[in-house]
Design a protein around this ligand. Structure first.
Ligand SMILES: C[S@@+](CC[C@H](N)C(=O)[O-])C[C@H]1O[C@@H](n2cnc3c(N)ncnc32)[C@H](O)[C@@H]1O
Length: 462
Protein backbone atom coordinates (compact mmCIF):
# COMPACT_ATOMS: atom_id res chain seq x y z
CA UNK A 1 0.00 0.00 0.00
CA UNK A 2 1.50 3.32 -1.04
CA UNK A 3 0.99 6.60 0.78
CA UNK A 4 -0.95 9.09 -1.31
CA UNK A 5 0.69 12.51 -1.54
CA UNK A 6 -1.28 15.71 -1.35
CA UNK A 7 -0.68 17.57 -4.57
CA UNK A 8 0.82 20.39 -2.58
CA UNK A 9 3.96 18.30 -2.19
CA UNK A 10 4.55 18.50 -5.88
CA UNK A 11 3.58 22.08 -6.40
CA UNK A 12 5.26 23.75 -3.56
CA UNK A 13 8.31 21.75 -2.64
CA UNK A 14 11.02 22.48 -3.50
CA UNK A 15 9.70 25.97 -3.20
CA UNK A 16 10.83 29.00 -5.12
CA UNK A 17 9.05 32.18 -5.88
CA UNK A 18 6.37 31.00 -8.30
CA UNK A 19 3.10 29.18 -8.48
CA UNK A 20 -0.50 28.75 -9.53
CA UNK A 21 -3.95 30.21 -9.29
CA UNK A 22 -7.38 30.53 -10.77
CA UNK A 23 -11.06 30.29 -10.22
CA UNK A 24 -14.52 29.22 -11.13
CA UNK A 25 -17.89 30.88 -11.23
CA UNK A 26 -21.23 29.25 -11.27
CA UNK A 27 -24.78 29.97 -10.52
CA UNK A 28 -23.64 30.04 -6.89
CA UNK A 29 -20.96 32.61 -7.55
CA UNK A 30 -23.08 35.49 -6.39
CA UNK A 31 -24.22 33.78 -3.20
CA UNK A 32 -22.88 35.70 -0.22
CA UNK A 33 -20.82 33.97 2.42
CA UNK A 34 -23.67 34.01 4.94
CA UNK A 35 -26.19 32.66 2.45
CA UNK A 36 -23.85 29.87 1.45
CA UNK A 37 -23.27 29.00 5.12
CA UNK A 38 -27.00 28.58 5.51
CA UNK A 39 -27.13 26.44 2.39
CA UNK A 40 -24.38 24.29 3.77
CA UNK A 41 -25.94 23.82 7.17
CA UNK A 42 -29.03 22.64 5.41
CA UNK A 43 -26.97 20.05 3.57
CA UNK A 44 -24.57 19.55 6.46
CA UNK A 45 -24.57 15.80 6.47
CA UNK A 46 -24.80 15.33 2.69
CA UNK A 47 -27.74 12.99 3.28
CA UNK A 48 -27.75 9.96 1.03
CA UNK A 49 -24.19 10.62 -0.12
CA UNK A 50 -22.56 7.45 1.23
CA UNK A 51 -25.32 5.07 0.06
CA UNK A 52 -25.14 6.75 -3.37
CA UNK A 53 -21.35 6.30 -3.50
CA UNK A 54 -21.59 2.67 -2.39
CA UNK A 55 -24.23 1.97 -5.02
CA UNK A 56 -22.03 3.58 -7.69
CA UNK A 57 -19.01 1.58 -6.49
CA UNK A 58 -20.97 -1.65 -6.12
CA UNK A 59 -19.18 -2.36 -2.81
CA UNK A 60 -19.32 -1.32 0.85
CA UNK A 61 -17.04 1.69 1.37
CA UNK A 62 -17.40 2.18 5.10
CA UNK A 63 -19.60 0.95 7.89
CA UNK A 64 -17.98 3.12 10.57
CA UNK A 65 -18.29 6.72 9.33
CA UNK A 66 -20.99 9.31 9.04
CA UNK A 67 -20.74 12.69 7.33
CA UNK A 68 -21.43 15.77 9.41
CA UNK A 69 -20.34 19.30 9.96
CA UNK A 70 -17.87 20.78 12.46
CA UNK A 71 -15.97 24.04 12.85
CA UNK A 72 -13.70 22.65 10.10
CA UNK A 73 -16.46 22.37 7.48
CA UNK A 74 -17.77 19.04 6.33
CA UNK A 75 -16.18 16.28 8.39
CA UNK A 76 -16.26 12.53 8.94
CA UNK A 77 -17.33 11.20 12.33
CA UNK A 78 -17.15 7.71 13.79
CA UNK A 79 -20.62 6.15 13.67
CA UNK A 80 -19.41 3.47 16.10
CA UNK A 81 -16.23 2.63 18.00
CA UNK A 82 -13.18 2.44 15.74
CA UNK A 83 -10.03 0.73 16.98
CA UNK A 84 -6.56 2.02 16.06
CA UNK A 85 -5.24 0.00 13.11
CA UNK A 86 -8.66 -0.80 11.68
CA UNK A 87 -9.93 0.34 8.31
CA UNK A 88 -12.02 3.55 8.26
CA UNK A 89 -12.95 3.57 4.59
CA UNK A 90 -11.97 1.98 1.27
CA UNK A 91 -12.78 3.95 -1.86
CA UNK A 92 -12.36 1.99 -5.13
CA UNK A 93 -10.40 3.77 -7.89
CA UNK A 94 -13.52 3.33 -10.07
CA UNK A 95 -15.39 6.01 -8.09
CA UNK A 96 -12.54 8.50 -8.02
CA UNK A 97 -12.42 11.45 -10.43
CA UNK A 98 -9.23 12.03 -12.40
CA UNK A 99 -8.08 13.98 -15.48
CA UNK A 100 -8.84 10.75 -17.44
CA UNK A 101 -12.52 11.63 -17.02
CA UNK A 102 -12.16 14.53 -19.44
CA UNK A 103 -14.09 13.97 -22.64
CA UNK A 104 -11.63 12.67 -25.31
CA UNK A 105 -12.65 15.40 -27.78
CA UNK A 106 -11.66 18.02 -25.17
CA UNK A 107 -8.56 16.22 -23.93
CA UNK A 108 -7.08 16.06 -27.42
CA UNK A 109 -7.20 19.86 -27.70
CA UNK A 110 -5.28 20.52 -24.48
CA UNK A 111 -1.59 21.32 -24.81
CA UNK A 112 1.23 20.53 -22.39
CA UNK A 113 0.83 23.95 -20.78
CA UNK A 114 -2.37 22.69 -19.14
CA UNK A 115 -1.38 20.83 -15.98
CA UNK A 116 -3.20 17.96 -14.29
CA UNK A 117 -4.84 20.21 -11.70
CA UNK A 118 -6.30 22.39 -14.44
CA UNK A 119 -7.48 19.28 -16.31
CA UNK A 120 -9.19 17.91 -13.23
CA UNK A 121 -10.69 21.35 -12.58
CA UNK A 122 -12.08 21.22 -16.12
CA UNK A 123 -13.77 17.90 -15.32
CA UNK A 124 -15.37 19.54 -12.26
CA UNK A 125 -16.54 22.50 -14.35
CA UNK A 126 -18.21 20.20 -16.89
CA UNK A 127 -19.93 18.13 -14.17
CA UNK A 128 -21.07 21.29 -12.44
CA UNK A 129 -22.58 22.60 -15.69
CA UNK A 130 -24.41 19.28 -16.06
CA UNK A 131 -26.17 20.00 -12.75
CA UNK A 132 -28.56 17.27 -11.59
CA UNK A 133 -27.85 15.26 -14.78
CA UNK A 134 -24.20 14.78 -13.83
CA UNK A 135 -23.28 11.27 -12.72
CA UNK A 136 -21.33 13.02 -9.94
CA UNK A 137 -24.15 15.41 -8.90
CA UNK A 138 -24.42 14.16 -5.27
CA UNK A 139 -20.67 14.69 -4.86
CA UNK A 140 -20.43 18.01 -6.70
CA UNK A 141 -23.27 19.44 -4.62
CA UNK A 142 -21.32 18.69 -1.42
CA UNK A 143 -18.23 20.67 -2.47
CA UNK A 144 -17.56 24.07 -0.88
CA UNK A 145 -18.97 27.04 -2.77
CA UNK A 146 -17.00 29.93 -4.21
CA UNK A 147 -17.95 32.21 -1.30
CA UNK A 148 -16.56 29.70 1.18
CA UNK A 149 -13.07 29.49 -0.28
CA UNK A 150 -10.47 30.85 2.13
CA UNK A 151 -7.15 30.27 0.36
CA UNK A 152 -5.20 33.48 -0.15
CA UNK A 153 -5.99 33.50 -3.90
CA UNK A 154 -9.46 34.69 -2.84
CA UNK A 155 -8.23 37.43 -0.50
CA UNK A 156 -8.68 41.08 -1.43
CA UNK A 157 -5.66 43.37 -1.73
CA UNK A 158 -6.40 44.81 1.71
CA UNK A 159 -6.58 41.34 3.21
CA UNK A 160 -3.35 40.29 1.51
CA UNK A 161 -1.73 43.40 2.94
CA UNK A 162 -2.14 41.83 6.41
CA UNK A 163 0.40 39.13 5.45
CA UNK A 164 2.79 41.10 3.28
CA UNK A 165 5.71 40.22 5.59
CA UNK A 166 5.37 36.54 4.75
CA UNK A 167 6.68 34.95 1.54
CA UNK A 168 3.12 33.69 1.05
CA UNK A 169 2.15 37.20 -0.08
CA UNK A 170 4.45 37.00 -3.11
CA UNK A 171 3.56 33.37 -3.73
CA UNK A 172 -0.13 34.20 -3.80
CA UNK A 173 0.42 36.84 -6.48
CA UNK A 174 2.56 34.50 -8.57
CA UNK A 175 0.20 31.60 -8.04
CA UNK A 176 -2.81 33.60 -9.23
CA UNK A 177 -0.85 34.79 -12.24
CA UNK A 178 0.01 31.20 -13.14
CA UNK A 179 -3.59 30.02 -12.72
CA UNK A 180 -4.72 32.90 -14.92
CA UNK A 181 -2.14 31.90 -17.53
CA UNK A 182 -3.55 28.36 -17.59
CA UNK A 183 -7.09 29.69 -17.73
CA UNK A 184 -6.28 31.88 -20.74
CA UNK A 185 -4.72 28.88 -22.49
CA UNK A 186 -7.76 26.75 -21.67
CA UNK A 187 -10.49 29.27 -22.40
CA UNK A 188 -10.50 28.97 -26.24
CA UNK A 189 -10.94 25.19 -25.86
CA UNK A 190 -13.78 25.59 -23.35
CA UNK A 191 -15.44 28.12 -25.63
CA UNK A 192 -15.62 25.42 -28.32
CA UNK A 193 -17.93 23.41 -26.07
CA UNK A 194 -20.52 25.88 -24.75
CA UNK A 195 -22.97 23.06 -24.12
CA UNK A 196 -20.44 21.44 -21.74
CA UNK A 197 -19.16 24.53 -19.97
CA UNK A 198 -21.27 27.62 -20.67
CA UNK A 199 -19.38 30.88 -20.39
CA UNK A 200 -16.61 30.08 -17.92
CA UNK A 201 -15.10 33.08 -16.12
CA UNK A 202 -11.74 33.21 -14.36
CA UNK A 203 -13.50 33.10 -10.95
CA UNK A 204 -15.20 29.82 -11.96
CA UNK A 205 -11.88 28.34 -12.95
CA UNK A 206 -10.10 29.62 -9.81
CA UNK A 207 -12.81 28.04 -7.69
CA UNK A 208 -12.59 24.66 -9.45
CA UNK A 209 -8.78 24.77 -9.47
CA UNK A 210 -8.64 25.52 -5.75
CA UNK A 211 -11.18 22.79 -4.97
CA UNK A 212 -8.92 20.31 -6.75
CA UNK A 213 -5.78 21.63 -5.12
CA UNK A 214 -7.23 21.46 -1.62
CA UNK A 215 -8.91 18.06 -2.00
CA UNK A 216 -7.07 15.89 -4.56
CA UNK A 217 -4.34 13.35 -4.00
CA UNK A 218 -1.59 12.22 -6.30
CA UNK A 219 -2.48 8.95 -7.98
CA UNK A 220 -1.45 6.66 -10.80
CA UNK A 221 -3.71 8.81 -13.01
CA UNK A 222 -1.95 12.03 -12.03
CA UNK A 223 -4.34 13.41 -9.45
CA UNK A 224 -7.62 12.06 -8.18
CA UNK A 225 -10.49 13.37 -6.17
CA UNK A 226 -11.45 10.64 -3.73
CA UNK A 227 -15.08 11.19 -2.69
CA UNK A 228 -15.69 10.62 1.02
CA UNK A 229 -11.93 10.52 1.86
CA UNK A 230 -11.87 14.20 0.92
CA UNK A 231 -14.27 15.00 3.76
CA UNK A 232 -11.49 14.18 6.23
CA UNK A 233 -9.92 17.18 7.94
CA UNK A 234 -6.29 17.75 8.83
CA UNK A 235 -4.69 17.33 12.23
CA UNK A 236 -0.97 18.19 12.24
CA UNK A 237 -0.34 15.46 14.83
CA UNK A 238 -2.33 12.70 13.11
CA UNK A 239 -0.50 9.71 11.67
CA UNK A 240 -3.26 8.49 9.34
CA UNK A 241 -2.84 9.25 5.68
CA UNK A 242 -4.66 8.18 2.54
CA UNK A 243 -3.06 5.01 1.18
CA UNK A 244 -3.27 3.66 -2.36
CA UNK A 245 -3.40 -0.06 -3.06
CA UNK A 246 -2.72 -0.44 -6.79
CA UNK A 247 -3.29 -4.20 -6.64
CA UNK A 248 -6.71 -3.94 -4.99
CA UNK A 249 -7.43 -0.69 -6.88
CA UNK A 250 -8.58 1.11 -3.73
CA UNK A 251 -7.63 4.08 -1.58
CA UNK A 252 -7.82 3.31 2.11
CA UNK A 253 -7.58 5.16 5.44
CA UNK A 254 -6.54 3.25 8.55
CA UNK A 255 -7.29 4.70 11.99
CA UNK A 256 -4.18 5.86 13.86
CA UNK A 257 -6.03 5.92 17.21
CA UNK A 258 -9.14 4.65 18.94
CA UNK A 259 -12.29 6.64 18.17
CA UNK A 260 -15.50 6.57 20.19
CA UNK A 261 -18.83 6.91 18.37
CA UNK A 262 -19.35 10.60 17.50
CA UNK A 263 -15.63 11.53 17.48
CA UNK A 264 -14.32 13.39 14.45
CA UNK A 265 -11.88 11.29 12.43
CA UNK A 266 -8.61 12.96 11.40
CA UNK A 267 -5.83 12.43 8.93
CA UNK A 268 -2.71 14.43 8.13
CA UNK A 269 -2.34 16.16 4.77
CA UNK A 270 1.42 16.34 5.33
CA UNK A 271 4.01 18.29 7.30
CA UNK A 272 2.81 21.68 6.15
CA UNK A 273 3.54 25.11 7.58
CA UNK A 274 0.71 27.57 8.14
CA UNK A 275 1.90 29.41 5.03
CA UNK A 276 1.30 26.33 2.88
CA UNK A 277 -1.95 25.43 4.66
CA UNK A 278 -3.23 28.94 4.01
CA UNK A 279 -2.02 29.12 0.42
CA UNK A 280 -3.25 25.69 -0.65
CA UNK A 281 -6.03 24.75 1.80
CA UNK A 282 -7.29 28.02 3.26
CA UNK A 283 -6.77 27.43 6.97
CA UNK A 284 -4.10 27.74 9.67
CA UNK A 285 -3.35 26.00 12.96
CA UNK A 286 -2.94 28.06 16.14
CA UNK A 287 0.47 26.50 16.87
CA UNK A 288 2.01 24.76 13.89
CA UNK A 289 5.27 22.92 14.58
CA UNK A 290 6.03 22.83 10.83
CA UNK A 291 6.06 26.59 10.42
CA UNK A 292 8.98 28.10 8.56
CA UNK A 293 10.22 31.48 7.39
CA UNK A 294 11.94 32.53 4.19
CA UNK A 295 15.00 34.72 4.67
CA UNK A 296 15.93 36.50 1.46
CA UNK A 297 19.26 38.18 0.78
CA UNK A 298 20.57 40.28 -2.04
CA UNK A 299 24.15 41.38 -2.60
CA UNK A 300 24.13 45.19 -2.41
CA UNK A 301 24.69 46.45 -5.96
CA UNK A 302 27.24 48.99 -4.66
CA UNK A 303 29.44 46.18 -3.26
CA UNK A 304 32.80 46.41 -5.16
CA UNK A 305 32.96 42.59 -5.09
CA UNK A 306 29.43 42.26 -6.49
CA UNK A 307 30.45 40.32 -9.61
CA UNK A 308 32.71 37.88 -7.82
CA UNK A 309 30.26 37.26 -4.98
CA UNK A 310 27.38 36.84 -7.44
CA UNK A 311 29.29 34.29 -9.42
CA UNK A 312 30.34 32.38 -6.30
CA UNK A 313 26.95 32.41 -4.68
CA UNK A 314 25.20 31.40 -7.87
CA UNK A 315 27.64 28.53 -8.28
CA UNK A 316 27.54 27.44 -4.65
CA UNK A 317 24.31 28.35 -2.95
CA UNK A 318 22.24 31.19 -4.35
CA UNK A 319 19.80 30.65 -7.21
CA UNK A 320 19.14 33.53 -9.57
CA UNK A 321 15.80 35.14 -8.81
CA UNK A 322 13.55 36.71 -11.37
CA UNK A 323 11.36 39.36 -9.88
CA UNK A 324 7.76 40.06 -10.85
CA UNK A 325 8.80 42.45 -13.60
CA UNK A 326 11.11 39.82 -15.07
CA UNK A 327 14.38 41.42 -13.87
CA UNK A 328 17.04 38.97 -12.82
CA UNK A 329 18.94 39.51 -9.63
CA UNK A 330 21.28 37.39 -7.62
CA UNK A 331 19.82 36.73 -4.27
CA UNK A 332 18.73 33.80 -2.28
CA UNK A 333 15.93 32.58 -0.22
CA UNK A 334 16.67 30.32 2.73
CA UNK A 335 14.08 28.48 4.73
CA UNK A 336 14.48 28.47 8.48
CA UNK A 337 12.47 26.45 10.97
CA UNK A 338 12.21 26.89 14.73
CA UNK A 339 15.53 26.58 16.54
CA UNK A 340 14.63 24.44 19.53
CA UNK A 341 17.34 25.67 21.84
CA UNK A 342 19.52 28.77 21.68
CA UNK A 343 22.37 27.03 23.48
CA UNK A 344 24.18 23.73 23.53
CA UNK A 345 24.33 21.37 20.60
CA UNK A 346 21.09 22.42 18.91
CA UNK A 347 21.21 22.44 15.11
CA UNK A 348 20.88 26.18 14.99
CA UNK A 349 20.09 28.07 11.82
CA UNK A 350 20.88 26.45 8.44
CA UNK A 351 24.55 26.13 7.52
CA UNK A 352 23.79 27.35 4.00
CA UNK A 353 22.44 30.63 5.38
CA UNK A 354 25.50 31.14 7.55
CA UNK A 355 27.74 30.29 4.58
CA UNK A 356 26.01 32.93 2.46
CA UNK A 357 26.46 35.49 5.26
CA UNK A 358 30.19 34.69 5.38
CA UNK A 359 30.50 35.24 1.63
CA UNK A 360 28.52 38.46 1.80
CA UNK A 361 30.68 39.97 4.50
CA UNK A 362 34.03 39.33 2.75
CA UNK A 363 35.76 42.60 1.89
CA UNK A 364 38.54 41.47 -0.46
CA UNK A 365 39.02 39.20 -3.45
CA UNK A 366 41.81 37.39 -1.51
CA UNK A 367 39.39 36.52 1.24
CA UNK A 368 36.92 35.09 -1.25
CA UNK A 369 39.65 33.15 -3.08
CA UNK A 370 40.84 31.72 0.23
CA UNK A 371 37.27 30.55 0.95
CA UNK A 372 37.10 28.79 -2.43
CA UNK A 373 40.46 27.06 -1.84
CA UNK A 374 39.38 26.00 1.63
CA UNK A 375 36.13 24.55 0.26
CA UNK A 376 38.05 22.61 -2.41
CA UNK A 377 40.32 21.13 0.28
CA UNK A 378 37.32 19.99 2.32
CA UNK A 379 33.91 18.83 1.09
CA UNK A 380 33.63 21.43 -1.70
CA UNK A 381 30.96 23.44 0.10
CA UNK A 382 31.69 27.14 0.27
CA UNK A 383 31.83 29.03 3.57
CA UNK A 384 30.81 26.10 5.77
CA UNK A 385 33.69 26.58 8.25
CA UNK A 386 33.86 29.43 10.71
CA UNK A 387 36.26 32.24 9.79
CA UNK A 388 39.59 31.87 11.57
CA UNK A 389 39.36 35.61 12.20
CA UNK A 390 36.83 35.78 15.03
CA UNK A 391 35.90 39.40 14.29
CA UNK A 392 34.93 38.40 10.77
CA UNK A 393 32.86 35.46 12.09
CA UNK A 394 31.08 37.84 14.48
CA UNK A 395 30.54 40.30 11.65
CA UNK A 396 28.91 37.67 9.40
CA UNK A 397 26.56 36.55 12.17
CA UNK A 398 25.87 40.14 13.27
CA UNK A 399 24.76 40.84 9.73
CA UNK A 400 22.32 37.95 9.91
CA UNK A 401 21.16 39.03 13.34
CA UNK A 402 20.40 42.58 12.23
CA UNK A 403 18.52 41.27 9.19
CA UNK A 404 16.41 39.04 11.43
CA UNK A 405 15.95 41.79 14.03
CA UNK A 406 14.58 44.07 11.31
CA UNK A 407 12.20 41.31 10.20
CA UNK A 408 11.05 40.81 13.81
CA UNK A 409 10.13 44.45 14.16
CA UNK A 410 8.23 44.38 10.84
CA UNK A 411 6.30 41.28 11.96
CA UNK A 412 5.53 42.94 15.32
CA UNK A 413 4.19 45.98 13.48
CA UNK A 414 2.01 43.85 11.20
CA UNK A 415 0.61 41.85 14.12
CA UNK A 416 -0.10 45.05 16.03
CA UNK A 417 -1.95 46.52 13.06
CA UNK A 418 -4.27 43.48 12.99
CA UNK A 419 -5.75 44.79 16.24
CA UNK A 420 -5.12 42.08 18.80
CA UNK A 421 -8.46 42.66 20.54
CA UNK A 422 -10.51 41.84 17.47
CA UNK A 423 -8.66 38.73 16.37
CA UNK A 424 -10.61 36.15 18.31
CA UNK A 425 -13.95 37.87 17.85
CA UNK A 426 -16.47 37.09 15.13
CA UNK A 427 -17.09 34.34 12.63
CA UNK A 428 -17.51 36.42 9.51
CA UNK A 429 -15.14 35.92 6.62
CA UNK A 430 -13.06 39.01 7.49
CA UNK A 431 -12.59 37.95 11.13
CA UNK A 432 -11.64 34.43 10.09
CA UNK A 433 -9.05 35.78 7.65
CA UNK A 434 -7.68 38.15 10.28
CA UNK A 435 -7.28 35.26 12.70
CA UNK A 436 -5.51 33.21 10.04
CA UNK A 437 -3.21 36.16 9.28
CA UNK A 438 -2.45 36.31 13.01
CA UNK A 439 -1.67 32.56 13.23
CA UNK A 440 0.61 32.85 10.22
CA UNK A 441 2.51 35.92 11.39
CA UNK A 442 2.73 34.79 15.02
CA UNK A 443 4.15 31.41 13.92
CA UNK A 444 6.74 33.03 11.66
CA UNK A 445 7.62 35.55 14.38
CA UNK A 446 8.21 32.67 16.82
CA UNK A 447 10.71 31.20 14.38
CA UNK A 448 12.50 34.50 13.81
CA UNK A 449 12.78 35.01 17.57
CA UNK A 450 14.24 31.53 18.01
CA UNK A 451 16.81 32.26 15.26
CA UNK A 452 17.65 35.59 16.86
CA UNK A 453 18.18 33.96 20.28
CA UNK A 454 20.43 31.33 18.68
CA UNK A 455 22.50 33.94 16.84
CA UNK A 456 22.91 36.06 19.98
CA UNK A 457 24.04 33.02 21.90
CA UNK A 458 26.48 31.99 19.14
CA UNK A 459 27.96 35.49 18.84
CA UNK A 460 28.48 35.79 22.58
CA UNK A 461 30.17 32.37 22.64
CA UNK A 462 32.87 33.52 20.19
C1 LIG B 1 -10.01 17.83 1.99
S1 LIG B 1 -11.14 19.06 2.48
C2 LIG B 1 -11.83 18.42 3.98
C3 LIG B 1 -13.35 18.53 4.02
C4 LIG B 1 -13.86 19.94 4.17
N1 LIG B 1 -13.95 20.28 5.59
C5 LIG B 1 -15.21 20.17 3.51
O1 LIG B 1 -16.02 20.92 4.05
O2 LIG B 1 -15.44 19.64 2.45
C6 LIG B 1 -9.98 20.26 2.99
C7 LIG B 1 -10.61 21.52 3.53
O3 LIG B 1 -11.14 21.29 4.84
C8 LIG B 1 -10.89 22.40 5.70
N2 LIG B 1 -9.99 21.92 6.79
C9 LIG B 1 -9.34 20.75 6.85
N3 LIG B 1 -8.67 20.63 7.99
C10 LIG B 1 -8.86 21.77 8.68
C11 LIG B 1 -8.40 22.27 9.93
N4 LIG B 1 -7.58 21.58 10.74
N5 LIG B 1 -8.80 23.51 10.30
C12 LIG B 1 -9.62 24.25 9.52
N6 LIG B 1 -10.09 23.84 8.32
C13 LIG B 1 -9.72 22.60 7.90
C14 LIG B 1 -10.23 23.46 4.83
O4 LIG B 1 -11.25 24.27 4.32
C15 LIG B 1 -9.61 22.64 3.69
O5 LIG B 1 -9.45 23.36 2.48
Amino acid sequence: MLPCARITNLLVFPRQFFTVHHCFCSKFATISFCQSEAWNNLHAGCPGFLPWLEQKAGVKISSVVMIGRSAYGRSLFASKTIKAGSSVLKVPFGVQISPDDLLPEIKILLGDEIGNIAKLATVILAEKKNGPHSEWAPYISCLPLLGEMQTTSFWSEDELDMIKQSFIYQETIQKKAEIRRQFLALKPVLDHFPQNFGDIKFEDFLHAYTLVESRAWESSKGFSLIPLADFLNHDGHAKSIVLNDEKEQISEVIADRDYAAGDQIWITYGKFSNAILLLEFGFTLPHNTFDEVQITFKIPSRDPLYEMKSELLERHCFPTLTDLRGFKCVGSSFTITEVRSAIGKSRGIPQSLRAAARVLCCTSAEELRYMVEEAAKNDGRLGRRPFKDIDREVQAHDMLLSHITAMISEYNESIKSLGLDSIHRGDCKQSVRKRMAFDLLAGELRILKSASAWLQSYISSL
